[in-house]
Design a protein around this ligand. Sequence first.
Ligand code: FAD
Length: 503
Amino acid sequence: RSVLYWMRMSDLRLRDNKALSRASQKAKEDKLPLIALFIISPQDYIAHDRGARKIDFLLRNLAALKESFSELNIPFHTASITPRKSIPSFVLSFCEKYGAGYLFANYEYELDELRRDIDVHACAAPKGIQVNFEHDQCIVEPGVLTTKQSNAYVVYSPYQRNWLATLNANLAYFLEDCPFPEANEESIRSLEPFSCLFETPVPSSLDGFQLTENDQEKMREVWPEGEKFAADVSSRVTQYDKARDRMDTDTTSRLSAYLSSGVISARECVRATMVLLKKNKVEGDRSSGVGRWIQELAWRDFYKNILTAFPRVSMGRPYLEKFSNVVWENHKVSGVGRAGTGDEDVDTLKKWKTGMTGVPIVDASMRCINAMGWVHNRGRMIAAMFLTKDLMIDWRVGERYFMEQLVDGDLSSNNGGWQWCASTGVDPCPYFRIFNPHNQSLKADPNGDFIRHWIPELHSLKGSDLHNPPRELADKLGYPQAIVSHNEARERALRRYRNPGAK
Ligand code: FAD
């Protein structure tokens, strides 16, 4: 007999992991061996547009976890399962083979994964296997916070106020410390059938998700795997209140890859800030770096709440359905359904993807994403707004490209960010508020250091010439002319949003 912990893509850690902690407690109480399982599901990764960087980060963390589990004498088995619809029956037969009467896992809130878990539950119950799902990804789990009318919040500010108040009123519950698993008895290594589970290797790459050698090296250097890197949270964000929108400074935490894959728990981030501020409540003080940072963390919970309350957003549909018929320049990919079926590599889209639009702040942001798998939030907003409003290309095409490139790609946050920029989402930027990329550039990168770093062609330029290079200068430096006039594009976007369906 045994207890099974099924690790998911969003909880790649041992520390402060609710399902793992509960599983280890159960194993200890009932004096049963604890075993751990991870299912690699390439079909799911394709369906969710997961990129090679995200998968490489996953596999590197799994390899590190395999070692950490092994030190605790907990066997950690990884299995690659295709087709994905066979996952529930695989899990069931795994439980039967290893005598697991208890299965613990953390919820994943994406629709396909919730459906899979319903199937697992339905198959397991008749066999007497007790299945326990835990809320672990968010600080305040989805569904807890509602408006006075018991509806899901669709506006961020009141959600965030309630988030902070509810959190502070229930600190012990929401910030529960989930202790590290107990070590297994040494003898589990020699117990049949568990011994073979110690041996299964974690693959170093997956077909269809391979990185080039250079990219792999870069990712390893910039986003090292493991729980250690993520630990020192709060010292990174002391200037967050003053400079969090500056793309030329390193003032944000850069923890998104770790948070989205659960290499660090969001609870632990909050606890760390309390220790730093020597407070016994969660500080919502906007005038301190750490206090301001905590409030941004609530965006993560907000968008997961939206994903569960309005699953249509994960099916390629806008939250504001009145914008379903906005006419995009690449008509074929608009409408219901996932993006990516039509004229994707039209010339303008290619220029946006490769950072060759002739608008320096957009190009620098895209080159940064392409090189690092990450860019500052402001860069994501500027690039996304430019694609949807200046180029009038369907937000779903951009959403997909970001997912493919980002090491922190996360359905709820990415979809939320894209729908905000496209003005189709909850609490969106109103459609008539269209970023002027040059003004954004002056604010986010006043000295031009970010642009000069990512666009070496413009290295010699300063001031407004750098943010909006005159034609002759751009030609001379081998940098493209802007592919669109912002003022004309703005008029086109206003026309199409005002009257969805019209050209
Ligand atoms: P910090 O500023 O240090 O924030 C700390 C953490 O809070 C982040 O790591 C993140 O987990 C959370 N957070 C902060 N702002 C947001 C936000 N606006 N929405 C959701 N969570 C937030 N974030 C992702 O994690 N994955 C994505 O795929 C993703 N795609 C995005 C796409 C677009 C178009 C936009 C506009 C935003 C997207 N974001 C995404 C949100 C945000 O840009 C990143 O979380 C942030 O830039 C990560 O850098 P950081 O860790 O230094 O953030």
